[in-house]
Design a protein around this ligand. Sequence first.
Ligand SMILES: NC(=O)c1ccc[n+]([C@@H]2O[C@H](COP(=O)([O-])OP(=O)(O)OC[C@H]3O[C@@H](n4cnc5c(N)ncnc54)[C@H](O)[C@@H]3O)[C@@H](O)[C@H]2O)c1
Length: 260
Amino acid sequence: MTIRIGIAGIGFMGMVHYLTYRKLRGAKVVALCEQDPVRLSGDWRSIKGNFGPPGEMMELGNVARYSEIEQLADDTNVDLVDVCLPPGLHAQATIAALRAGKHVFCEKPIALSAADAVKMCAAAEKAGRLLLIGHVLPFFPEYRFALEAARSGKYGKLLGGHFKRVISDPQWLPRFYDPEHTGGPMLDLHVHDAHFIRLLFGMPKAVNTAGRMRGAVVEQFTTQFVFDDADLVVTASSGVIRQQGRPFTHAFEIYFERAP
Ligand SMILES: NC(=O)c1ccc[n+]([C@@H]2O[C@H](COP(=O)([O-])OP(=O)(O)OC[C@H]3O[C@@H](n4cnc5c(N)ncnc54)[C@H](O)[C@@H]3O)[C@@H](O)[C@H]2O)c1
C-alpha cells in the first residue's frame, strides 16, 4: 500500500520532508501547496535552514500544485496532509485537512495557543483520522537510549537532568520573533525539550522560566521543571545567540541514582 502525501509549505522542513519521502517505500508525494510561485514551480534555491542540504532546482513532474491550503485539503488523490507551514497556520491547515477526511502529520509546535491545539485534537477525533505532531527527539538514537535507560530502571531512579538547545539568529526567517507567526525560541526550540522531559519525567506540576526578552517573545532563557517528586531536579536552557555562523547545538545530561 502506498500512502499518498500532500505537503503544505515548501520551506526548509517541507523540502526536508519531500527529500525524505523520496527514500521511503510506501510513501509518495502527490501534491504540494505553497504560496510562493517560484518555489511552487520547483525552484527551491532560496530555501535555507539550520542544517540539511541547500535548496536546488527540483523536477516535480506530475505532482499537483496548489497555492491555497483548502485546495490541498480537498484533493481526493491525497491520503495524508503533511503540514510544514509556519506555526501560526498549523491549526487552520490541520483542521481543514481533517475535515476533508485526511490524516495529518503536523510539524511542531502543534500550535501557537493551547486553545488551537485542543481544537486540532477535537477535529481529529471527530473526523476519526490520525494526527501526529513532529516531535522528533525520541527518534534520535541518543535520546532513545536515554528513554530506554530510564524506563528499564537498570541504573536506579532518575534524579534529574539538564537539556540545552541553542541556535544563531535565524535571519532568513524574518517573522521568527512574531508571536502570531512562529512564536520565537520558546515555541520553536524549547518545545522539543519540554516534550522529551515530559516523556522522561512525566507531567510537571509547574514551570519557572527566566530569560532575556526580544520584543514580545523571550530570546534566551532557562526553565526549571517542578514535579510532585521533590527529588527531581530538571532544567532546560534554550534560545538564540546573536552571532552568525554559530552551528545549531543541542545536548543533554541525565542523572541516575546508580549510573555506572
Ligand atoms: N522537527 C524539526 O526539527 C523542525 C526543524 C525546523 C522546522 N520545523 C517546523 O517546520 C515548520 C516550518 O518551518 P520552516 O523552517 O520550514 O519554515 P519556512 O518559513 O522555511 O517555510 C514555510 C513555508 O510555508 C510557506 N507558506 C506560508 N504561508 C503559506 C500559506 N498560507 N499557504 C501556502 N504556503 C505558505 C512559505 O512561503 C514557506 O515556503 C514549523 O512548524 C517549524 O517549527 C521543525
